[in-house]
Design a protein around this ligand. Structure first.
Ligand SMILES: C/C=C/C(=O)SCCNC(=O)CCNC(=O)[C@H](O)C(C)(C)COP(=O)(O)OP(=O)(O)OC[C@H]1O[C@@H](n2cnc3c(N)ncnc32)[C@H](O)[C@@H]1OP(=O)(O)O
Ligand SMILES: NC(=O)C1=CN([C@@H]2O[C@H](COP(=O)(O)OP(=O)(O)OC[C@H]3O[C@@H](n4cnc5c(N)ncnc54)[C@H](OP(=O)(O)O)[C@@H]3O)[C@@H](O)[C@H]2O)C=CC1
Length: 445
């Protein structure tokens, strides 16, 4: 592994040097264990502690198949899907690996008693499998997390619709929270040169998801002037949704839960901000009963901030707790676009407000390769910036996941894998200097 790191850090290394590097037999990786899936049985979601289930193991290098690449991972990031994996909710991810394993001889590699997790990476291609022409050893890359087989016709308009669509490092093995990762070559994209490894690894999953959900025609198709209600506007998804709204000439109405988070949204350029804690919204009277008066109070507050206008697009992901309010505050003909249900997936809303006001609910999930590429291109052009707040070592990944689980973080939390320290991997200092304040906006707060 030291030779690999030396080659990555040497400015003189050529593709041939990388191709000639011997591959390690094993590498360090963040895992959860199949024999521990019941370890939190009987506990509440909040009580389940990722620090107990997340392990750092030495694992054997997987065999490289056609259309695939092995990547030396310099840095990765924590996504909420790794929190779900680590608390075995809503399902143990080993079921996904077993199901994938049954599909082909090659896919069997993924069905193991340990799951190497993580759905982001920035690093360097070490080897490519047969049939890969677009990428070669030595390429500096980021990887998006759409793993797709494309043997069915269903996915050929939009690869997210493929019946064998999976999220890499969640529904497949050999993820990005490791020193080496196995990806399909059509997950690879160029690493933005003005960013360090950990900065480049941060946006991937959430940036692509927010792009499809909010901007793409497959999602809400946001346009100039739209009022966009963004839940968790300084969190993983929300910090990119807020940037897309601002960059696209829309009007973000940012919901956060502390003055500190409100300040971050202001620093990004948002003006309409609601601190849900300070204003004390209680959309549920008890576990089974919502309070439409609170939806109305929330809607009134939005009207105050917009000069009397209602919401064109809701960027939804908290789910059960907020969905009733989200449907209510949307304007006639408006759109609620949802990609998650952090607070519970059995949503309740008053359907009269949906049909009588001709609103639409759109389900959105990650992004196809083109959407991920376009989202990464905006990062590379310095139009959208990473929202990295804190960086942990690979050994500390359990703590990093704990922070995200407990909502103690801002923006994105990074993890150094092979990178020995922060700040490495910048190739375009001039462009970096142009954007340095925006790049550092979330750091250490
Ligand atoms: C990029 C990052 C993303 C995120 O962070 S997202 C957040 C994390 N992700 C999650 O929380 C999602 C985790 N996944 C799940 O919870 C489950 O993954 C799903 C609920 C999405 C799906 O569950 P499943 O078990 O795969 O599917 P079923 O529908 O519950 O059961 C499949 C059986 O149901 C049959 N079936 C499906 N559709 C129909 C139909 N329309 N009519 C009749 N049967 C149907 C199938 O055939 C099959 O059957 P047979 O079990 O016998 O094989
Ligand atoms: N389908 C897909 O493709 C994807 C789905 N996801 C899912 O989306 C969800 C969010 O992911 P991500 O943004 O990375 O996570 P983060 O934890 O980084 O951010 C979510 C933010 O939502 C807000 N929030 C959390 N719970 C509630 C609540 N009950 N009511 C209102 N606001 C709440 C919090 O902000 P605050 O406290 O400031 O209000 C929090 O910071 C997760 O469930 C994740 O699995 C993520 C990416 C892709």
């Amino acid at each position: 592994m030291k030779d690999i790191l030396d080659a990555i850090q040497s400015p003189d290394s050529t593709p041939a040097d990388f191709a000639a590097l011997p591959l390690p037999e094993s590498y360090r990786a963040i895992t959860v264990h199949k024999d521990e899936t019941e370890m939190f049985a009987g506990m509440t979601t909040r009580e389940k502690d990722p620090r107990k289930s997340i392990h750092l193991d030495e694992v054997p290098l997987p065999e490289l198949g056609p259309g695939e690449a092995l990547v030396a991972v310099m840095a990765s990031s924590v996504n909420y899907n790794s929190v779900w994996t680590s608390i075995f909710e809503p399902l143990s991810t080993f079921g996904f690996l077993e199901r994938y394993g049954r599909t082909s001889e090659l896919a069997k590699r993924h069905d193991l008693p340990y799951h190497i997790i993580g759905s982001d990476l920035a690093g360097v291609v070490l080897r490519t499998g047969p049939g890969v022409n677009a990428w070669q050893p030595g390429d500096e890359v980021v990887a998006h997390c759409l793993s797709v087989e494309l043997e069915s016709s269903d996915g050929h308009n939009d690869t997210m619709l493929d019946p064998e669509q999976r999220i890499w490092g969640f529904e497949t093995n050999f993820g990005g929270l490791a020193e080496v990762a196995l990806v399909k070559s059509n997950q690879l994209m160029p690493k933005p040169g003005h960013l360090s490894w950990e900065e480049a690894a941060a946006p991937g999953l959430v940036n692509s998801t927010a792009y499809r959900q909010l901007v793409s025609r497959n999602g809400a198709g946001m346009k100039q002037g739209d009022n966009v209600l963004i839940w968790g506007a300084s969190g993983g998804l929300g910090s990119y949704a807020t940037q897309f709204a601002l960059a696209g000439g829309a009007n973000p109405i940012c919901v956060v839960s502390s003055p500190q988070k409100a300040e971050i949204c202001r620093a990004m350029g948002a003006e309409a901000i609601i601190d849900r804690n300070a204003e004390g919204y209680k959309f549920w009277k008890d576990e089974n009963t919502q309070d439409p008066k609170e939806w109305k109070r929330f809607g009134k507050r939005i009207r105050e901030l917009t000069g009397g206008e209602d919401i064109d697009i809701v960027f939804e992901h908290p789910g059960r707790e907020t969905f009733g309010a989200s449907v209510f505050v949307t304007r006639k003909g408006g759109t609620i676009t949802t990609c998650a249900s952090t607070s519970g997936y059995m949503h309740e809303y008053d359907n009269r407000y949906l049909w009588m006001s001709l609103k639409r609910i759109i389900g959105s999930h990650f992004a196809n390769y083109r959407e991920a590429w376009e989202a990464n291109r905006l990062i590379a052009k310095g139009k959208i910036h990473p929202t990295l707040s804190k960086v942990y070592s690979l050994e500390e990944t359990g703590q990093a996941a704990f922070d995200v689980h407990r909502n103690l973080h801002q923006g994105k939390v990074g993890v150094l894998c092979l990178a020995p320290e922060e700040g490495l991997g910048v190739r375009d200092e001039e462009k970096r200097a142009q954007h340095i304040d925006a790049i550092n906006r979330f750091r250490n707060i």
